[in-house]
Design a protein around this ligand. Structure first.
Ligand SMILES: O=C(O)CCC(=O)C(=O)O
Length: 277
């Protein structure tokens, strides 16, 4: 049974305890209706300003793809696999990965006192904003996101990545809400993803025990809710075969005092250092 908590003010001991035990936390009403519509309007404006390249980069088919590898300090657009000839706004899978530094609307939203307070309550040391995304989950074609742990993709020593996922629209089982395994964050990290030989992207198995669909708990979220995900929390989402869009924005934060290995896929140039809240 997933207990839901109300956003606003410092995290209570009950919410903190739930997060420690389960590895995720739902905070209802974190983003206001005005913030959601400002972000959705901004997303439309970004899409309107995007010049469609000759070849559309499909998210998940990016091994070795420079467009993806060089997106850590940019705002780039990735397509759904089954987008066919759909218009751009209905064909995108995601936008990433430095919206929080490069786009004024996202910058204002993410660099707010509420996120700072939440990071403090989660005992994140010297939080640094590493990665931000828009995840569209388009009606009818929104692709599944397979089981994974964020600490596979955003590695620090010691591990510190924490995900903030904010629903801009209602996310339900019908349109492919997040699903997670309660307590799964206390298990081992299963995979390593990063730059291997010749900086080519590589996935390595660290532990071959699979995550089981039978252990999944749906994290349904009303528009405005924020879901915190521990870096080791196993999570996934199914395809959106419904007629309802399920747009979300995400932010991944790391501890600025932890080491950030150079073989992480996401790299920042020296003149664009990570910032705190
Ligand atoms: O929004 C989704 O469906 C998946 C998001 C996710 O896995 C992530 O942000 O790590």
């Amino acid at each position: 049974m997933v207990t839901r908590f109300k956003a606003g003010g410092p995290l209570g001991a009950d919410a903190r305890g739930f997060y420690d035990e389960h590895g995720f936390l739902i905070l209802d009403g974190f983003a206001s209706a005005a913030e959601r519509s400002a972000l959705l309007d901004r997303i439309d404006a970004l899409v309107d300003g995007f010049e469609t390249p000759h070849s559309r980069t499909v998210f998940g088919e990016h091994a070795g793809d420079r467009y993806f590898l060089e997106s850590g300090d940019k705002v780039r657009f990735f397509f759904e696999q089954d987008a066919g000839g759909r218009p751009l706004r209905q064909a995108l899978n995601k936008i990433g990965h430095a919206l929080h530094d490069l786009d004024p609307v996202f910058d204002t939203f993410f660099h707010s006192g509420r996120f700072r307070q939440l990071a403090r309550d989660l005992r994140l040391n010297a939080p640094r904003l590493l990665q931000s995304m828009v995840i569209f989950k388009q009606p009818g074609i929104g692709g599944a996101v397979n089981w994974h742990q964020d600490a596979t993709f955003l590695r620090t020593e010691p591990e510190s990545v924490t995900g903030f996922w904010i629903a801009l629209e209602d996310a339900t089982l019908e349109n492919g809400c997040l699903q997670a395994i309660p307590g799964g964050h206390r298990g081992p990290l299963r995979q390593w993803f990063g730059r291997g030989e010749a900086a080519m992207l590589e996935t390595r198995t660290l532990d071959d025990r699979p995550f089981e669909d039978a252990d999944a708990t749906p994290l349904e979220a009303e528009a405005g809710a924020l879901i915190v995900l521990h870096g080791r929390a196993p999570h996934m989402s199914r395809r959106n075969l419904s007629a309802k869009s399920r747009c979300a924005v995400t932010l991944h934060v790391i501890d600025g005092e932890a080491a950030y290995p150079a073989d992480n896929w996401l790299q920042r140039p020296a003149d664009m250092p990570l910032r705190g809240f």
